[in-house]
Write a protein that binds this ligand. Sequence first.
Ligand code: ADP
Ligand code: MG
Length: 375
Amino acid sequence: MILKLDDGDAPWPADAPSRFFAPLHGLQRWIASASVVLVSLVLMLVGCGQDSEQRLLVLRGATMGTTYSLQVVDPPGAFDRSALAEQVRARLSAINDLMSTYQPSSELSRFNASSTTDWFLVSPELVAVVSAGQAVSEASNGAFDITVGPLVNLWGFGPTPSAEDLPTAGEIQAARARVGWRQLEVRTQPPALRKSRPDLYVDLSAIAKGYAVDQLAALVESQGVSDYLVEIGGELHGRGVNGRGEPWQIAIERPNASQREVFQVVALRDIGMATSGDYRNFVEIDGQRYSHTIDPATGQPVRHRLASVTVLADDCMQADAWATALLVLGPEPGLALAEQRGLAALFIEHALETPEGDAFVTQETAAFAALSAAR
Ligand code: ADP
Ligand code: MG
């Protein structure tokens, strides 16, 4: 049996266009959705068809400028799905209230807007996510950087996209002065953040979805559920088995294919998975695509032959941040660092263009090969 519940929630940019699908104003510029989305959304859910013996509860909604879904297999007898739907909405909305840069009243927005360079008291949750981000910055030599927001906005992403033309060298230089994870301090006792310049701007877009996935997984588990799949905007956590008693299997789609085509199947056995790539969100200026992932070292959108990086990790928050970090680092340094740190990462690279479309090659770390074996 399949139980379906379509479930609404205020999207993250409550009054802004969706970051993924809405056209922006301005000539020759769009935020475009991928015609074929990586990991695309996502789910090759083997064994949840109508003939399944198991009950499958599905919740869907919108959050953080994208969509979420929860699939719970064979929930306990007394399971109250409308109560769960409400708890999910409440949890997501609480996370937005802390971490959204699209919500001016969020705790993070208030920190960003404040001009103090003294400690600014915040919630333990915000501190946990910022600390995790700072740790990935340190480990990736600054490739991941949650202070990159001014550059994100300059290149036409984020809540206050600015120029409609290519940013000038002077604008990039000015924005870069405001960027740098070492200009942000975080402490736990009592939980607080401190910026070393008043105009520092923190953007958790590359890590907050993963954190929210972990939070929803914990919420579902607290209800006594052990077989579930949680997904926000393509970031996932799967545990237990699907409706057919098999591990959840996620199809990573072939980037850029004209028809939907499975590129690789990954099994999620109580693990989180996140993908960063150049197909989901980009602007086009004068016919050139610019990624929404910025290399803090240059102030420019990443431009190399990586189509996507997928990372598996116990915490989806870690997977989310590392997928962005490795995408910034690029194929060789990214793969080397991922191997060195024992990360489970899959790199999909553009190889060459053929009349039939793009060709791709993959590289994976040893940990990815071990964890992702589909059966
Ligand atoms: P993807 O799924 O492609 O990783 P995400 O939404 O997870 O997309 O992260 C991309 C967002 O992260 C950008 O829109 C921007 O706000 C932010 N970002 C861009 N570059 C960086 C970076 N180098 N480090 C941290 N965050 C970044
Ligand atoms: Mg990410």
